[in-house]
Write a protein that binds this ligand. Structure first.
Ligand code: DGJ
Length: 742
């Protein structure tokens, strides 16, 4: 039994082969965490780990002589007003204005499997024996509010998922001012905190800092996972942790709205991690009989360093968060017209590009922005989801059929949550956009956000887009979202519910996704938001892949994809080869490197194939053939190891090893060329030491091959010759090593 309750000692032990998580119902009936980390043996009574001691100025939570003060306790879900002066996980405003609460243990349930979270994305199981769930219900007597803390322990992973559910049973309503998903506490502060931060074009760069006493936090307040700035993830790791060794605790939030990940270290060196919906601009009213469920937090423990943590997230998210027909399938190789044409295209041009793409081996043509309404630039058209027949006389229906005749699948770009003021939709429904009365309507890219907290808005958009999808041969949809939310206010909500708007908005987005994926199960959805501004686990539940970044420069992509891989699987990472000089930063990198880097994701091209030389087209043909050979392994059946960190040196290195360790693909990429420097040994990882592999790679036109044992490749490494790097052009060159067991 992975979840055990010791009734006499009132101790819960969640344990599998990898982790232990131990909870204790204290003498005041509140919950304390006694241990979270590597699996330990079970025993009848762990309560000796519950320590109280008299301290000067302490606030007692029970009458003397208990010495129980919540300020010094690792609470499972702390609340305001308890004598604990650190940040709480929950705060409820009651009818009399009080924010004080005291949730006491009432009951628990342990059962096989994992229930879905209504209306919210969450990890799942396919059979009941894959996981076990513990639900502990606590009650605040005075307000009549119940809180159910939910824990699922996966059988085969070092993973515990958590969420919380508030239910109002009292006569009078309460308002949740803070309702986080989880609080996790550690007894000391000897950790570093890892976060994935950035901005447009440089998303999810890893940053690490040593914990300090006080609060350190990341957050998103833009209504879309916080945009590209802060990904909803942090990890705590022991100093000295590497890719291969050291203890790491990962905290990832399955949510696409405003979020908070906060670490507070008390002056007693206790470390409290809080994560969930950002309480800023949040307030949720609960009347008698109503419930509120928080998003899911996914806790991963690794004692095999950051690499171990990442591989757990990859496997779990790829197979038990992503859903649908495309989850386990190799993804189509696509050509997207955005950087090739921007808004300047017509049907003839698209078909010419598609014809050439087909010759090269491309499988899917994606028509990006500009096909609808009167959209010839970014000032108009959003909201008018019908084809611009001046540009595409055959309509989307006709064009999609012509694509099929060419032998390509067809995909379409949409930005369903937005409206331009210059659109029929806005003219008909000016009150559908998010705007605070009497305030300036901030615009970004000439567009405004539709109020997806309103059912009628979601229904209307659904009907428009479903009509096109039903009438045409569409097998892929790129769902973009190009501006953040401001002046969050809904024309539809009463004053005392305006604090619900931003969460209701994202629930509206999720509900539209859910409807569309149910109605069109064959369509592969890709989420996108000005590049990678909505690259989060919540989206993965609906769209198995996401556009990683608008920055398609090969070197920048090494960094972005390296950072993204800390949490997200390669099957989620949209990666395209684009033209040079690169449109984002003007850099020229070799076509071979652009292709090699893009292979470690969902592969495609984003350029005008009609402008490529014969020599370039030959390279593209080869790249596509190679990707077809390896994509199944890369996207559905491999483990990923980061080898050389582009943030620390002049090289990027990583390897994808098939689950059976019979084949692998490794990338070595150098940033700037160096003359007369020291030796390079590229050490691989994840292989089977006792297997002999054929190592195949090319230097320009020359193909080389040699046999080597797995242990040789991991301990000695591949000698990379500086002369070869110079011969290939020096700066930004790369070598792709194909390994096959002999
Ligand atoms: C932002 C996306 O990231 C791009 O790929 C492209 O789809 C544009 N939007 C179109 O407006």
């Amino acid at each position: 039994m992975p979840i055990i309750y010791h009734e006499k000692s009132r101790v819960f032990h969640l344990t599998n082969e990898y982790v232990s998580y131990i909870l204790y119902v204290m003498e005041n009936d509140q919950l304390e965490n006694l241990y979270y980390g590597k699996r330990i043996h079970d025993r009848e009574d762990f309560s000796y780990l519950h320590e109280t001691t008299w301290r000067s100025q302490m606030t007692l939570s029970m009458p003397d002589p208990s010495n129980l003060s919540l300020h010094y306790v690792r609470q499972e879900y702390p609340f305001f007003g308890s004598g604990d002066y650190r940040s709480p996980a929950g705060e409820i405003l009651q009818a009399d204005g009080s924010r004080v609460s005291d949730f006491k243990f009432r009951s628990y349930k342990i059962f096989a499997g994992k229930p879905a979270l209504q209306g919210l994305p969450a990890t799942y199981v396919e059979s009941e024996d894959e996981a076990e769930t513990l639900e502990i219900t606590l009650t605040d007597e005075v307000s009549g509010t119940d809180l159910t803390l939910s824990y699922t322990l996966f059988r085969d992973y070092p993973v515990i998922t958590r969420h919380s559910r508030f239910t109002q049973n009292g006569e009078k309503p309460v308002t949740l001012l803070k309702a986080l998903s989880a609080s996790v506490e550690f007894l000391d502060m000897d950790y570093e905190m890892l976060q994935l931060s950035g901005a447009w074009g440089r998303e999810r760069h890893p940053h690490t800092r040593r914990l300090e006493r006080g609060i350190q936090a990341i957050q998103g307040l833009a209504g879309t996972t916080g945009g590209a700035e802060q990904n909803p993830f942090i990890a705590l790791m022991r100093p000295g942790t590497t890719e291969k060794s050291g203890e790491v605790y990962g905290f990832s939030l399955v949510y696409s709205g405003n979020h908070l990940e906060q670490v507070e270290v008390s002056t007693f060196d206790m470390t409290r991690v809080l994560l969930g919906i950002n309480p800023q601009n949040f307030a949720w009213k609960l009347c008698r009989g109503e419930s509120f469920t928080t998003p899911e937090a996914v806790l991963v423990y690794s004692d095999e360093g950051l690499g171990g943590m990442s591989r757990t997230y990859h496997d779990l998210y790829r197979t038990r968060l992503a859903r649908g027909e495309w989850r386990d399938k190799a993804r189509p190789i696509l050509l997207n017209n955005w950087e090739g044409t921007y808004f300047d295209f017509n049907e003839e041009k698209l078909l010419a590009m598609a014809g050439k793409a087909k010759e090269l081996g491309v499988e899917l043509f994606v028509l990006d922005d500009g096909w609808f309404g009167k959209r010839n630039d970014d000032t108009s058209g959003l909201g008018d989801w019908f084809c611009n027949l001046e540009k595409i006389p055959s309509g989307i229906d006709g064009l999609s059929r012509k694509m099929e005749e060419i032998g390509l699948k067809f995909g379409l770009w949409v930005e369903l949550e937005m409206v331009n003021k210059d659109s029929d939709l806005y003219r008909a429904h000016p009150d559908w956009m998010i705007q605070a009365p009497g305030r300036y309507h901030c615009q970004a890219r000439h567009q405004h956000v539709l109020d997806f907290s309103r059912q009628e808005v979601v229904d209307h958009i659904h009907d428009m887009i479903a009509k096109i999808l039903a009438a045409s041969k569409i097998s892929y949809v790129k769902w973009d979202m190009n501006r953040y939310m401001t002046a969050a206010f809904s024309q539809d909500l009463p004053a005392d519910r305006q604090g619900e708007m931003m969460h209701r908005y994202i629930l509206g987005v999720y509900s539209l996704y859910e409807r569309l994926i149910r109605e069109f199960p064959h369509i592969l959805f890709e989420s996108c938001a000005s590049g990678g501004a909505r690259f989060d686990p919540g989206m993965l539940y609906y769209a198995p892949q996401a556009w990683t970044s608008d920055d398609t420069d090969a070197y920048e992509r090494c960094r972005i994809q390296y950072g993204t891989s800390f949490v997200y699987p390669l099957s989620m990472m949209g990666a395209h080869v684009s033209a040079v000089p690169n449109h984002q930063l003007g850099r020229t990198t070799p076509l071979s490197t652009r292709g090699n880097v893009a292979m470690f994701g969902t592969f495609g091209y984003e350029l005008d194939v009609l402008k490529m030389t014969e020599e370039e087209l030959a390279v593209v043909r080869e790249q596509i053939l190679r990707m077809k050979k390896y994509r199944e392994m890369i996207q559905t059946d491999s483990d990923f190891y980061r080898l050389l960190d582009p943030y620390k040196g002049n090289e990027t290195g990583w390897i994808c090893v098939s689950k059976d360790k019979r084949s692998a693909l490794a990338l070595y990429c150098q940033t700037l060329n160096r003359v007369n420097e020291s030796w390079i040994r590229f050490k691989l990882d994840g292989l089977c030491g006792d297997v002999s592999y054929t190592v195949r790679y090319s230097i320009g036109e020359e193909i080389r091959e040699y046999p080597a044992w797995g242990d040789e490749l991991m301990r000695i490494g591949i000698p990379v010759k500086r002369n070869d790097l110079s011969a290939m052009g020096g700066d930004f060159v790369s070598i792709l090593y194909e390994l096959q067991a002999e």
